[in-house]
Write a protein that binds this ligand. Structure first.
Ligand code: 034
Length: 232
């Protein structure tokens, strides 16, 4: 039967895409990717600055997700803390999948590779970037997938999981319809997108190890990152 987006779904999508577009890392921050020195220390500091800016962007995007601010406040914090790393993997993956202006892609890759992350984490990290790049997601899909990741009910310390499910469910339904409409020649495309969410969960584990090894080498994070990642 013909798949069609309802009026409500179209309104929901417009809100999510608008929020996704509105909240971006400021140019003066990402521009530094091209300017700063290339040392392990400098790369780590720059990536820390970008990640901090990305978390601020993420909080603003999340506050624009319909219904999020009506959730229990403790649960809002639990969802943000539980999804921050995954949302940042998704967001930074978009940089690699679309050719960024003036070669940001190359310099971001170079700086991540030389920021004190051990080889065992670099491989899965760039495998993820490659697998997201191969999906050629459209903006709507990127925005919805990020919202769906944030609204994952079974994050640690979430008390009212049903309330989160009630918000996530319609977004998953909408993404499913979008995939059918955007990729008619690829019926398993939606399943591939959800497969990325599973891959993201494994990256959480690697990221926790990355944080530990940076801290062992006495790397400092910003107060916002310490708060969202429960470090220091
Ligand atoms: C604290 C730092 C060192 C850190 O720890 N883990 C990660 C970390 C790592 Cl490497 C990988 C994945 C996730 C995390 Cl969370 C990071 C660096 O995190 C980010 C790196 C890049 C970006 C990002 C997002 C959007 C962008 N747009 C542009 C642009 O040029 O327009 C550049 C850009 C960069 C966001 C987070």
């Amino acid at each position: 039967e013909k798949v069609a987006i309802t009026k409500e779904q179209d309104a929901l999508m417009k809100l999510i895409v608008e929020a996704y577009n509105k909240h971006q890392i400021p140019q003066d921050v990402t521009k530094k990717l091209l300017q700063e020195q290339y040392s392990t220390e400098e790369n780590f500091l720059l990536l820390t600055e970008i990640a901090t800016s990305q978390v601020q962007v993420l909080v603003e995007f999340t506050k624009n997700i319909p219904g999020f601010l009506s959730l229990d406040h403790e649960d809002q914090i639990a969802l943000l803390k539980g999804s921050a790393v995954e949302a940042m993997f998704l967001r930074s993956a978009q940089v690699f999948s679309r050719k960024m202006p003036k070669g940001h892609t190359e310099v971001l890759e170079e700086r991540i590779r030389k920021s004190g992350i051990s080889e065992e984490f670099i491989t899965p990290l760039f495998n993820f970037y490659k697998s997201v790049g191969e999906l050629h997601m459209v903006l709507e899909e990127q925005a919805l997938l990020t919202a769906i990741t944030i609204l994952t009910p079974d994050r640690p310390y979430v008390r009212d999981q049903q309330a989160v499910e009630r918000l996530q469910e319609p977004m998953v339904e909408l993404l499913k319809k979008l995939c059918v409409l955007q990729h008619p020649q690829e019926p398993q495309y939606f399943a591939r997108l959800l497969g990325r969410l599973t891959e993201l969960r494994t990256l959480n584990h690697y990221h926790a190890e990355m944080l530990t090894s940076w801290r062992v080498n006495d790397h400092k994070f910003t107060p916002l990152l310490c708060e969202i990642w429960d470090v220091q």
